[in-house]
Write a new protein. Structure first.
Length: 443
C-alpha cells in the first residue's frame, strides 16, 4: 500500500469517492446519538425529581443501573453475531422502535419496580447497537479511513450528552421529568423508518454508490482481509485470545471511569456549585464540547499515522492524572471543575482509534463477537462506575474517594493498552495459508 498519510476522506487506501462519507456517517451518527440519548437522560431525570417521585433510594438506584447493564451485557454477542451473519439494517430498525417506545414509557411509570424492568429491556435492545455499527463501518470503510469513521460514529456520545445536558434540564423545567422522557423517546421511533430507507448492509447492495467507488472499495477491503495473518479458529477460541482478554479488562476499567463521570457529573455539579437544574445542564455540557474537538483531531491523526495504540493510551493516562488533580483541588470547586472537564474530554478522545483497532485485530467474521465481548465488559464497567461512584459519594459525603477510583482505573487502562500485541499481517496464498510479510502495527 502506498503512502496515504495525506489522503482525504474519499481517497484513503486508494478508494476514490465521497458518497459513503456524506451518506452513511450522518446516519450512523444520528442512530448512535439516539441510543445514547435514551440511555443517558436517566441521570437528568434523577436530578430533576424522578428520585423523589418514585422513592428511589441508593439501593434501588443501584438495581436500576444493574438492570440496564445486565440486559446490555447479555445480548452484546448474540446481537453482534446476528449483525455480521444476517443484517445490521434489520437489527437496528427494530431496535430503534423498541428502545424509543421503552424510553418514552419511563415517563409513564409510577413504580421503581417497573422502572427496573423497563431499564433492563432498554439495555437488551440497545446492546448490539455499538458493535453492529462498528462492524457495519468495517464493511464500508478501509483501515486508513476507520479511525475517522469510528470517531464520527462515537461522536454521537459526547455530542448527545452536550445537547442533552444543555436542553434536557430546561425541558424538565418546562414540563417535568416525565415529559422529558416521553418527548425524547419519540425521535428514535421516527428515525427507524428513515434508517431502513437510507441504509444497505453492504456496498454490493447500494444502488446509490458509484461503480468506481464500489469496485475500488471492495478490492481494498478484500486485500486488507487477506493480510490478516490469523489461523482459522472458532468464536470461542478467538474470544479467549490474549489480545481480546486484555482489551476486555482494559475496556472494563476505562468504562468504569467514563460512566462514573457521565452518570454522576450533573449531581456533582449541582451539589458543588449550588446552581439550579437548568444551569447545571449547561455546565455539564462543557466537558463534552471539549471532547468533540479532541475526538476529531485524534481520530484523524490516527488514520494518518496508521498506528492506533499511541492514540489511545496517552489520553487515558492524562485523564487519570487530571482526575487526581481535580481530587487534590477539591476545596476549590471551580478550579477542580476545570481539571474535571479536561479529564472528561481526554476519556473520550481515543474512542475512534480504539474501535478501529479492535476491528483490525481479527478477520471480519471473528471481529464481530470480539467487539461485542469487549463492549459487554465495558457494560459491566459502566455499571460498576455508576454504582461505585454513587455509593462512594454517599458513604463518604464527598467526591474525593470516587475521583481517586476513576483516576486509578484510567491509569490502569492506559497501562494495559501498552500490553496489547499488534496484529501480525501477511498475505494469503492461493491455498489459504498466510505468508508473513513482516508488516506490523506497533503499539
Amino acid at each position: 500500500m502506498g503512502d496515504t498519510s495525506h489522503a482525504g476522506p474519499g481517497d484513503a487506501a486508494g478508494v476514490i469517492g465521497t458518497q459513503r462519507w456524506s451518506r452513511l456517517l450522518p446516519i450512523t451518527f444520528i442512530t448512535y446519538s439516539l441510543a445514547y440519548l435514551d440511555r443517558s437522560n436517566f441521570s437528568i431525570g434523577i436530578a430533576g425529581g424522578m428520585k423523589q417521585d418514585l422513592h428511589i433510594s441508593a439501593a434501588i438506584s443501584a438495581l436500576v443501573g444493574a438492570s440496564f447493564f445486565l440486559g446490555y451485557f447479555l445480548f452484546q454477542i448474540p446481537g453482534a453475531v446476528y449483525a455480521e451473519k444476517r443484517s445490521v439494517r434489520r437489527l437496528i430498525f427494530w431496535s430503534l422502535i423498541a428502545w424509543g417506545v421503552l424510553a418514552s414509557l419511563q415517563g409513564l411509570l409510577n413504580s421503581a419496580f417497573w422502572l427496573i424492568v423497563v431499564r433492563f429491556f432498554i439495555g437488551v435492545v440497545e446492546a448490539a447497537v455499538l458493535p453492529a455499527m462498528v462492524i457495519f463501518l468495517s464493511h464500508w470503510f478501509t483501515q486508513r479511513e476507520r479511525g475517522r469513521a469510528n470517531t464520527l460514529l462515537i461522536l454521537g456520545n459526547p455530542v448527545t450528552v452536550l445537547w442533552l445536558s444543555a436542553i434536557s434540564g430546561y425541558l424538565v423545567q418546562a414540563t417535568s421529568w416525565r415529559g422529558m422522557f416521553i418527548l425524547e423517546g419519540i425521535p428514535a421511533i421516527i428515525w427507524a423508518f428513515v434508517f431502513a430507507k437510507l441504509v444497505q448492509d453492504k456496498p454490493q447492495d447500494a444502488a446509490w454508490l458509484a461503480e468506481g467507488e464500489r469496485s475500488s472499495l471492495l478490492a481494498t477491503l478484500d486485500q486488507e482481509q487477506g493480510r490478516i495473518a490469523v489461523e482459522s479458529v472458532g468464536y470461542l477460541q478467538a474470544l479467549r485470545s490474549r489480545n481480546v482478554v486484555v482489551l476486555s479488562i482494559q475496556y472494563f476499567l476505562w468504562s468504569l471511569g467514563v460512566y462514573g463521570f457521565v452518570f454522576w457529573l450533573p449531581s456533582i455539579i449541582k451539589a458543588g456549585s449550588g446552581v439550579g437544574i437548568g444551569s447545571t445542564g449547561l455546565i455539564t455540557a462543557i466537558p463534552y464540547a471539549l471532547a468533540v474537538v479532541v475526538m476529531i483531531i485524534n481520530g484523524r491523526a490516527s488514520d494518518h499515522s496508521g498506528n492506533r495504540g499511541r492514540y489511545v493510551w496517552p489520553w487515558l493516562l492524562v485523564s487519570g492524572l487530571l482526575f487526581y488533580g481535580s481530587y487534590a483541588l477539591h476545596g476549590n470547586f471551580w478550579a477542580a471543575f476545570v481539571l474535571l472537564a479536561l479529564a472528561g474530554a481526554c476519556q473520550y478522545a481515543p474512542y475512534g482509534p480504539y474501535f478501529a483497532y479492535i476491528a483490525e485485530l481479527l478477520p471480519r467474521e471473528l471481529a464481530a463477537p470480539a467487539v461485542a465481548l469487549i463492549n459487554s465488559l465495558g457494560a459491566v464497567g459502566g455499571f460498576a462506575g455508576s454504582y461505585l461512584v454513587g455509593w462512594l459519594n454517599g458513604a463518604t459525603g464527598s467526591t474525593n474517594a470516587s475521583f481517586l477510583l476513576m483516576a486509578a482505573c484510567l491509569v490502569l487502562a492506559a497501562v494495559l493498552m501498552l500490553t496489547v500485541k499488534p496484529p501480525q499481517t501477511g498475505r494469503r496464498t492461493d491455498s489459504g495459508e498466510v505468508a508473513e510479510s513482516g508488516v506490523r502495527q506497533a503499539v
